[in-house]
Write a protein that binds this ligand. Structure first.
Ligand code: GDP
Length: 448
C-alpha cells in the first residue's frame, strides 16, 4: 500500500479524538504529536512539518462545533485540505508551445528513471493526440542512447540520435530541426544523468536550454529519496530554472516525503508521477487524489464497485428520475437510507466520488443511526402517505397517529417529514437540477 506508514500514523491521530465533543487546544496536543511524527517518518523535512502542524493546529482550535460532524472528522478534513494545499492545490498541467514543436527537456540524476520517463511521456502524449520524437543527448553513456532507441522502438516513437561524438547541445539543435521538418508536435530531450550534481552537468543543461528554449524543463526525481528529492528540485531550479518535476517510483515503498515536500520546498510543481514499470504508468499529479490516498480514502474504483453491489444500476437510475421529478417519496427514502447506511463501512471513501462529495461521513453515520428509527415510523404510514409525503406535511393528525403507532414522539415524526423534503431539495441540487424546489412549512415543525 502506497504511503501505508504515513496513513496509519495519521490514523492514530484521529483515533485519539474518538469520543470528544469538540476540538480544543488541550485535546489536539496528542493528535498533533502523531501528525508531526507521521510526517517526519514519511521523510517530510522538519521546517515543512512544523509549518504544517502549526497551520492545522490553528485551524482546529478555531473551528468550533459543526452539528453532526465529529471532531475527528473535522480534523481529517483540515488535514486533508492542508495536504492538498501543501502539494500545490490544483493539478499542474503540462504546457504546450503556441506554435512549432513543444520542447520538453528532461534532466535528472542517474537511476531515477529518466530514460524510462522519456518513453512513458511519449506514450502519455500520444494518447492526448500529440506526435512525439525522442532526442538522445546523453552522450556520456553510450548504453543510454541504445536504451532510448530500444524503448522508442518498443512504444513506436521515433528517436533522434547522432552518436556520442558531438556536443549534446548540437544534437539537441539537430533533433529540433528534424522535428520541425517532420511536423512533430512534441520533442522530448533526454539529457545526461550523473551520479551526483556537478558543474559540467549544469553547464550542459544551460547550454541546451539556451539553444532549444524549451516550453518545459522537468527534473525527474525518485520518490524513494524523500526530502532529498525536494532539495534536488530546488537546486536545479536555482541553477537552471525549471518548470516542474516528475516524481518516479511512487509505486514502491516510498514514504511520501517527496510527494509532500517538492512543491513547498522548491516552489515548483510536480507535474507527473510514475507509478510502475509499465509504459502506461505515468499520470498527472493530482494533489487532491494524492491527499485522499494518504488519508486512506482508498480508491474511487473499488468504491464504485462496492456501491454498485449495494445499489443496482437500474435502482440508481430509477431513483435519479424520481428525484428529478420531485417524486422522491418515503419508499425511496427508506431504500436510500438503507443503502447509505450500508455504505457506512465505506464512508471514508465516499467523499472521493465526484458529485457524492456532498454526502459527508457525518451524514452517513447519521443515516446508520436513523435507519432503525425511520423504519418504524415509515412502517406506520399508509401506502398513500408513503407515496405522498405532502399528506403528512399538511396534517398534524396524521403525524400524531404515526407517532402513536410507532412509539415515537410527534416531534420525531415531524423531523422525519422535514428531512424528506430537505433531502429532495439537496438531491435535486446534487443532480444539478436548476430548481432546488422548496421545503413546505410544517405545523409544529422543529428545526431539523
Ligand atoms: P535513468 O538512469 O534515470 O535513465 O533510469 P532508467 O530509466 O534506466 O530507470 C532505472 C530503473 O528504474 C529501471 O529499472 C526502471 O524500470 C525503473 N523505474 C523507472 N520508473 C519507475 C517507476 O515509476 N516505478 C518503478 N517501480 N520502477 C521504475
Amino acid at each position: 500500500e502506497m504511503f501505508g506508514q504515513l496513513t496509519s500514523g495519521l490514523e492514530s491521530a484521529w483515533n485519539k479524538l474518538k469520543g470528544q465533543k469538540v476540538l480544543t487546544k488541550e485535546n489536539i496536543v496528542e493528535p498533533m504529536r502523531d501528525i508531526r511524527r507521521a510526517l517526519l517518518e514519511a521523510d517530510v523535512s522538519l521546517p515543512v512539518t512544523r509549518r504544517f502542524v502549526q497551520s492545522v493546529s490553528e485551524q482546529a482550535v478555531g473551528i468550533g462545533v459543526i452539528r453532526g460532524v465529529e471532531p475527528d472528522q473535522q480534523l481529517v478534513k483540515i488535514v486533508s485540505d492542508e495536504l492538498v494545499k501543501l502539494m500545490g492545490g490544483e493539478v499542474s498541467e503540462l504546457e504546450f508551445a503556441k506554435s512549432g514543436p513543444t520542447v520538453i527537456l528532461l534532466a535528472g540524476l542517474q537511476g531515477v528513471g529518466k530514460t524510462t520517463v522519456c518513453a512513458k511521456l511519449a506514450v502519455y502524449l500520444k494518447k492526448l493526440g500529440k506526435s512525439c520524437m525522442l532526442v538522445a543527448c546523453d552522450v556520456y553513456r553510450p548504453a543510454a542512447i541504445d536504451q532510448l532507441k530500444i524503448l522508442g522502438k518498443q512504444v513506436d516513437i521515433p528517436v533522434y540520435s547522432s552518436g556520442s561524438d558531438i556536443k549534446p547541445s548540437e544534437i539537441a539543435k539537430k533533433g529540433l530541426q528534424e522535428a520541425k521538418k517532420t511536423m512533430t508536435d512534441v520533442v522530448i530531450v533526454d539529457t545526461a544523468g550523473r551520479l551526483q550534481i556537478d558543474k559540467s552537468m549544469m553547464d550542459e543543461l544551460k547550454d541546451i536550454k539556451k539553444i532549444l528554449n524549451p516550453t518545459e524543463i522537468l527534473l525527474v526525481v525518485d520518490a524513494m529519496t524523500g526530502q532529498e528529492a525536494a532539495a534536488l528540485v530546488t537546486t536545479f531550479n536555482v541553477e537552471i530554472g525549471i518548470t516542474g518535476a516528475i516524481l518516479t517510483k511512487l509505486d514502491g515503498d516510498s514514504r511520501g516525503g517527496a510527494a509532500l515536500s517538492v512543491r513547498e520546498v522548491s516552489g515548483k510543481p510536480i507535474k507527473l508521477v510514475g507509478r510502475g514499470e509499465r509504459m502506461e504508468d505515468l499520470e498527472p499529479f493530482y494533489p487532491d487524489r494524492m491527499a485522499g490516498r494518504i488519508l486512506g480514502m482508498g480508491d474511487v474504483l473499488s468504491f464504485v464497485e462496492k456501491a454498485q453491489e449495494i445499489m443496482k444500476q437500474e435502482d440508481a437510475e430509477d431513483l435519479q428520475k424520481k428525484i428529478m421529478s420531485a417524486k422522491f417519496d418515503f419508499n425511496d427514502f427508506l431504500k436510500q437510507t438503507r443503502a447509505v447506511a450500508q455504505m457506512g463501512s465505506m464512508s471514508r471513501v465516499i467523499g472521493m466520488i465526484p458529485g457524492m462529495s456532498k454526502v459527508t461521513p457525518a451524514q452517513i453515520r447519521e443515516a446508520e443511526k436513523n435507519v432503525k428509527l425511520m423504519e418504524s415510523m415509515i412502517e406506520a404510514m399508509t401506502p398513500e402517505e408513503r407515496e405522498k409525503p405532502e399528506l403528512l406535511a399538511e396534517s398534524p393528525t396524521r403525524r400524531k397517529r404515526i407517532a402513536q403507532e410507532s412509539g415515537k414522539t410527534e416531534q420525531q415524526v415531524s423531523q422525519l417529514v422535514a428531512q424528506l423534503f430537505q433531502m429532495r431539495v439537496r438531491m435535486k441540487k446534487l443532480m444539478g437540477s436548476m430548481d432546488g424546489g422548496s421545503i413546505p412549512a410544517l405545523s409544529n415543525l422543529e428545526e431539523a
